[in-house]
Design a protein around this ligand. Structure first.
Ligand SMILES: *Cc1c(COP(=O)(O)O)cnc(C)c1O
Ligand SMILES: [Zn+2]
Length: 391
């Protein structure tokens, strides 16, 4: 029995191959992210999608399509298999008959970062890494600290001084060293990178290692399964580093190659950002291939306070390939959408998740959507972690 069908890693820019059996970061030639490649022909012959559906719940029931080769290295805290909920009340108000939310708030550490860090820490364990470090806008640090604790690894987390307090405390309770940095995530990344190089820590920054996006891609597999092996028409995703957007788009290509979809129509992907930090929206509108660094980034949605993603070229390429778009929303609109989700549907969303509803309202106004289309919002975390942001 083959636990994982990973074959190698491939540079997303030049296509150069790298072995997954060794520690990898990003392409040494073009400094672009590496993506995992699987032997999908073999998976197609040897793995039954319906058997996967009968396995015990959680992200790792898709282990053939995840990077860990030996099951004993999996670090599992219950991540994955989140609910896909219909939003009948908000859908009714907006005139949309098939509006859903994929509610990622039930993941360990209260956000979908658990998926990416669960995959990355597991693969790091497999490769014998003992010390992991991360710059974070908040939730990634908490997730890394939890998985590192369970894996018996040492953890260091660099975060801006105004990161939600819940994120600081969840790192400390998991035994991680927390370093507060003046500025935004890019300032934290600089400091964490220096420490990593000086002391030999492994850096789990978004896309600076290949496996966080593998964990997040499983959201795409779950969506297909939950919709009867079809994909939605539109996915509205709060985009910071873009790990989930790029990961899901990769999942859809894999699903198609596997022949697991009943209908191969792909969703239009919508990247949502905050008006106070919208590098992807700006680049998308200009027709640019990469993003400019966003100066003075500010927003209540701390997970969206990413002035420039390391995977900006990939995000923009995938958005365009999908026929999607990019939308910026104000903090005011985010907080109003957060109240609507609570009042009308009983969901206490993270501001990043609420941003997707704010963007949806814009798209409805522009008649960008058809009333019958299947639209999926992503609530990427729980609002409970942001109490000090709510005033
Ligand atoms: C990190 C984060 C995001 C952005 O995720 P990416 O996949 O890196 O774009 C969105 N929402 C929440 C709650 C986050 O923690
Ligand atoms: Zn390359």
């Amino acid at each position: 029995m083959t636990y994982s069908y990973i074959s190698h890693l491939q540079c997303s820019k030049c296509g150069r191959a790298y072995p997954h059996q060794e520690v990898q970061t990003f392409c040494k030639e073009c400094l672009a992210p590496l993506l995992a490649v699987y032997d999908l022909e073999c998976v197609r012959r040897e793995v039954d999608r319906d058997e996967i559906s009968r396995r015990a719940k959680g992200m790792w029931r898709w282990h053939e399509l995840l990077p860990v080769v030996d099951a004993s290295h999996v670090v599992f805290l219950g991540e994955g298999d989140t609910a896909l909920l219909k939003l009948p009340n908000i859908g009714g108000e907006l005139g949309l008959f098939n509006l859903f939310v994929k509610d990622e708030s039930s993941n360990p550490t209260g956000s979908f970062k658990a998926r990416g860090l669960g995959a990355a820490v597991s693969k790091a364990k497999e490769l014998g890494i003992e010390r992991v470090i991360i710059p974070t806008a908040g939730n990634a640090g908490g997730a890394m600290a939890a998985y590192a604790a369970r894996a018996g690894m040492q953890a260091a987390v660099y975060m801006p001084t105004d990161t939600p307090r819940a994120n600081m405390e969840e790192c400390r309770i998991a035994g991680a060293e927390v370093v507060l940095v003046e500025g935004v995530i890019s300032d934290a990344a600089k400091r964490a990178g220096e420490r990593a190089r000086a002391e030999g820590w492994f850096d789990l920054s978004t896309f600076k290692e290949p496996y966080r996006t593998e964990g997040k891609k499983i959201m795409g597999y779950e969506l297909a399964e939950q919709l009867g092996w079809e994909l939605p028409d539109v996915i509205i995703y709060p985009t910071g580093g873009g790990t989930g957007l790029v990961g899901m788009w990769k999942a859809f290509a894999e699903l198609e190659a596997l022949g697991w979809l009943n209908d191969t129509k792909r969703p239009r992907m919508v990247a949502v950002q905050a008006a106070g930090c919208a590098p992807v929206v700006k680049a998308f509108e200009k027709g640019a291939a990469v993003c400019d660094f966003w100066e003075n980034a500010h927003t209540v949605a701390s997970g969206l306070r990413v002035p420039k993603s390391f995977a900006d070229a990939l995000i923009l390429k995938d958005l365009r390939a999908s026929g999607g778009t990019a939308v910026a929303v104000s903090d005011e609109a985010i907080l109003e959408a957060q109240r609507q989700l609570g009042r009308l549907e009983g969901i206490f969303a993270a501001p990043e998740g609420a941003a997707t509803l704010a963007a949806l309202k814009e798209l409805v106004k522009q008649q960008w959507l058809d009333p019958a289309e299947r639209v999926v919002l992503f609530n990427t975390g729980t609002g409970l972690k942001y109490l000090d942001q709510m005033g």
